[in-house]
Ligand binder design. Structure first.
Ligand code: SAH
Ligand code: SF4
Ligand code: F3S
Length: 465
């Protein structure tokens, strides 16, 4: 009979037999964060333990982003330091994963021959195999287009309360500025039951919140079979929300990123009807001008965008609306840029992630001859950021003195006399630890918080009973 102490001993010896330590730095978006968690899970499964110091780790994995040139350059500067280290410690394994790896492929190896493994985002679930080829002495490049296997149960998640859940990989849009379709490949939706199983496992492990992820999440299901008898499709994002809603233990459901071209009224209705779906919508508009939207190939007009927001607010007046916007897109006149500012004021966004246009490889807009000078890009970005900050600060005032339900996620790493969590509308909220210093029992639960301070990015408040 196997007794408990022996099991413990086995566990201990498994720990001792770690084959080295690993370090992952994640650049870019939530999609990359989710991928990194799955790769960390694989590394731990094959015997690596998490390193405490990036510069002492035996395996360093950079999960890279290439959305703008600045993101790409950042990766090269990180890599440079590890390459130097590798010259003194040849056993160091260097892995470059993610979107820049996909974009550059073999040519990255020519630029940085010290890399052991280059792997695109579609190969995340295949890390174990790829590493075993490295261990047999090969330099490996895995960037071919591939079917993403359903094997994502072993993620090593950073949070124990909120979990990312991929629902669709890739993107079939062709926005003229964007590198994502060429680095993330064609849309591939996961099957509803696989998604639900993952959410059930999260619930079983006491997770309270899930965020469904896709670059264009409204495309979910387009590539799946499944027509209902009446001819309608039963695999849309809306159907998925209804399908997963009953998973016991999960309190909050979020999704990102929405595309105005496909955002449906039916989806808004589902968000309104389904209690767990949070009142936060991240719907990038990119530009406030129809002509620019056309040259971006976005496939909607500002009127359509406004209508979506109007419909959301009709049912959920307090919903939080956030977005992304690009300034200084090729050919953008001052007037067209001002249309973007106007839209921000008109809608009153809760937050807008802004960026100046950056030409990307293999994208149409990169080779147009009407590029905007750097100084203008800088000026526009500065001005729009000031406006966004002002608008967000003003918007956030609506929370003052409210009682908000906040899911407490842990301590504030920057000030451990506070806990932190988020409202249903995704506002980061800092909460004072109660006077009796008891807080552990509060973590992982939703609590009523009286909001006492509102800034542009975050709120502060106290437990309200
Ligand atoms: N799939 C989402 C966003 C993907 S990328 C969507 O369709 O909106 C995240 C954001 O990066 C984009 O919303 C856009 O605002 C920004 N971005 C993408 N390509 C860019 C480029 N070439 N230059 C500047 N910003 C860019
Ligand atoms: Fe890029 Fe457009 Fe796809 Fe978003 S929808 S990832 S901006 S191509
Ligand atoms: Fe960057 Fe790739 Fe995400 S380019 S923004 S990490 S999809």
């Amino acid at each position: 009979m196997l007794t408990k102490p022996i099991q413990e001993e086995e566990k201990q010896s498994q720990k001792d037999s770690t084959i080295g330590s690993y370090w992952i730095t994640t650049f870019g978006c939530q999609m990359n964060k989710a991928d990194s968690e799955r790769m960390a899970g694989t590394l731990e499964k094959i015997g690596y333990s998490r390193a405490v110091d990036e510069f002492k780790a035996d395996l360093v994995l950079y999960n890279t982003c290439t959305i703008r040139d600045s993101a790409q350059q950042k990766v090269y500067s990180f890599l440079g330091k590890q390459v130097k280290r590798k010259h003194n410690s040849p056993k160091l394994k260097l892995v470059v994963a993610g979107c820049l790896a996909q974009q550059e492929g073999e040519s990255l190896l020519r630029r940085v021959p010290e890399i052991d493994l280059i792997m695109g985002p579609q190969h995340v679930n295949n890390l174990e195999n790829l590493l075993s080829r490295v261990d047999s002495g090969n330099q490996v490049v895995a960037t071919e287009e591939t079917f993403i296997s359903e094997d994502i149960t072993n993620a090593r998640r950073d949070s124990s309360i909120c979990g990312w859940v991929n629902v669709i990989y890739g993107c079939n849009e062709r926005c003229s500025y964007c590198v994502v379709p060429s680095v993330r490949g064609k849309e591939q939706s996961r099957y509803p039951y696989a998604i639900k199983n993952e959410i059930k496992t999260l619930a079983h492990n006491n997770f309270k919140e899930v965020t469904l992820l896709g670059q264009n999440i409204d495309a979910y299901g387009r590539d799946l079979p499944g027509l209902k008898k009446d001819g309608t499709k039963e695999n849309t994002l809306t159907d998925l929300l209804y399908f997963i809603h009953d998973v016991e233990g999960i309190r909050r459901i979020r999704f990102a990123t929405s595309h105005p071209r496909y955002f449906s009224k039916r989806l808004i209705k589902a968000c309104y009807e389904l209690d767990k779906v949070c009142e936060h919508f991240h719907i990038p508009f990119q530009s406030g001008n129809d002509e620019i939207l056309r040259s971006m190939a976005r496939g909607y007009s500002i009127n359509k965008y406004k209508k979506i927001i109007e419909n959301i607010r009709l049912l959920m007046p307090n919903a939080s609306i956030t977005a992304d916007a690009i300034v200084a897109f090729p050919g953008e006149t001052d007037q067209q840029y001002r249309d973007t500012l106007k839209l921000i004021t008109e809608i009153g966004f809760d937050q807008v992630m802004t960026a100046a246009y950056s030409p990307r490889p293999n994208t149409p807009a990169a080779i147009w001859d009407n590029q905007i000078p750097e100084e203008v890009k800088k000026e526009r970005l500065k001005e729009i950021n000031e406006l966004v900050d002002k608008t967000a600060r003003k918007r956030n005032q609506r929370y003052l003195n409210n009682i908000e339900s906040v899911l407490i996620e842990g301590l504030n790493p920057k000030n451990t006399s506070q806990m932190m969590g988020r409202t249903r509308t995704n506002r980061l909220t800092f909460v004072d630890i109660p006077k009796n210093n008891e807080f552990n029992y509060l973590i992982g639960e939703e609590h009523n918080i009286k909001i006492t301070e509102a800034r542009s990015f975050s709120l502060s408040g106290q437990i309200y009973n």
